[in-house]
Design a protein around this ligand. Sequence first.
Ligand code: 11C
Length: 355
Amino acid sequence: EGYVVAILGATGAVGTRMIEQLEASTVPVAEIKLLASSRSAGQVKQFKGQDVVIEEATPDSFNGVDLVLSSAGGSVSKQLLPEAVKHGAVCVDNTSAFRMDPEVPLVIPEVNEQALYRHHGIIANPNCSTIQMVVALAPIRQQFGLVQVIVSTYQAASGAGQSALNELRTEAAAHLEGEEMAAAILPTKGDQKHYPLAFNLLPQIDVFEDDGYTHEEWKMIHETKKIMLDDMNAGEIKVTATCVRVPIAVGHGESVYFEVADRSTTAADIQAVLTQAPGVVLEDDPANQVYPQPLTAEGKRETFVGRVRPDFENPGAFNMWVVSDNLLKGAAWNAVQIAERLVADDLVRVPVEQS
Ligand code: 11C
């Protein structure tokens, strides 16, 4: 009884967490297939106490598969997921390959679960920094309207994958020993120069666009609009972003300035909404130095919000601080949560015109 589920990219920082999140989910799994590149084929991982041998991912890997959770990089998704859909599998993709495709729902279950009903076989998981911000902003928008967002991020090394996290650790150890730090990955594999992250800050995540923004900033702007303006009569939201890589392992932090439409809104009103908001935990007690931190968010599925305070000059404007585990709500858990909703709503089926 249950579904045949494949995890594509099963050895990565996100893939390993997808396995754990799936084990702890309500998705009934009849059989699990762990897929990766030929380099990792033959390795053994565990699922619910059973050994599972990792197989090389090929188009034929999806024979008989009902559901795919994918986090093996954009080019792998572009190549293999259409094949998986042809085999009748519904795919939840954690890469940016299909996110801005108007035919592909971009889903955060707490925010726009209804978009799942429009899927044609592929559902996109948003970028990690987008997810945690939108989980916090969507209920505020629903209650008070949302006019503008200005976000600055403090993003963990693991957002760039296990190899970037390993690089940070090696650099930190070298620096503490008084040795040279050698960077070969960060700020991004896709660019020419590499700089150490340990004891440093890198105001570059992903490659630069011609307009001077990085692609990570572009994603935060455009994904936020696609998700929040998904509903009818959505209007407009102004969004701008500055994304910075910080030398920590797990957990992105975000300083979010936002303006609501209802200018009589107070910080207490915002806090009251956040207290009730699905997936949000309010940690906001400055008198007792209570606020969200990456170390305390690591390993948790929720998005933590604190430091909610009004701007002095602009009525209806606020600042807040948002932290979440970028590998869980930002990636593996959001994907498995989508899978849970697909199962609950009987949507683990590719519409006829696609299969
Ligand atoms: C980072 N946010 O921290 C990125 C990682 O589009 O899924 C996620 C990239 C993506 O580097």
